[in-house]
Design a binder for this molecule. Sequence first.
Ligand code: GLV
Length: 344
Amino acid sequence: MGGPHARTPRNPARPRVFATRWLPGPALERLAERSELRVWPEPRPPGPAELADAAREAEGLLCLLCDRVDAALFEACPRLRVVSSVSVGVDHIDLEEATRRGIPVGHTPGVLTETTAELAFALLLAASRRVAEGDRLVRAGRWTPDRAWDPELLLGRDLLGATLGVLGAGAIGAAVARRAAAFGMRVAVWSRTRRELPGVPEPLWGSLEETLRRSEFLSIHLPLVPETRGLLDAARLGMLPRGAILVNTARGPIVDEAALVRALESGHIAAAGLDVFGTEPLPLESPLVRLENVVLTPHIGSASLATRARMAELAVENLLAGLERRPLPHCANTVSNSRPNTIP
Ligand code: GLV
């Protein structure tokens, strides 16, 4: 194990940090100036045993959402003082265990809001106007002279005048709602807490059931927590109006994928735009892959150059703050940073 920033001999005055991936932008260079940084050298993520082994001596861990940070990892890495994830979601981290051990967990909200909302909207438009199907048709040579301008070719659905249901009115949900209003959609919202939705005239707040029944389009913006796992099961998907279009850029396990496939096959749900899945990468054997009415993207909600660089910067700020026992700019759990770390 080495990587471009492994340094020998180590400088004992500087904290040891392990990063599970090299990141775009200059953030890791900055981190390397202030720590003994080692970066996982392979393009694939480390497996659990490899991660435990590579991070064994680390005081700081910089990780991604595909790295499982659980009790076993904390146990294997007794020097850890801070975990910093390059993601807004932290469902891959055992927050309770981190908190119990007094380890702050950093994450990157805010900086990816608009970029993720843009992808949700891209999927909404792509699914409703059958963009990916059209692309496949042209490339496969199926745009033939007899269909030069076929009045019935790939008929989709207008956003204008339709109702978009937004599940979760956090920053990303609010940014999607604003875009929907700008496209002339009505916005129905279900969220734990009500908030101002600037740029959204007269949002229709309602219960989950009311919101689903109103949603000709539905976009999911909830965190994955025990209460949201499997939230959209067959019964709740059945509450959507027939022909609804569903977009998920949040987390796959919020939707019962088998029930979604059945609803897409029956036409109850006309189309879906999915960036997240129960299993990632999405196995090629998944029935979703053979459904024409589904647009698939590989978990790229925050994937713009500028946003990924900002996420890396923020993750490094969180990490450095934790190493210096300062409050993290964005901490996902509540720990007192002033409390001395009792784990050697
Ligand atoms: C992406 O899914 C993230 O949580 O940042």
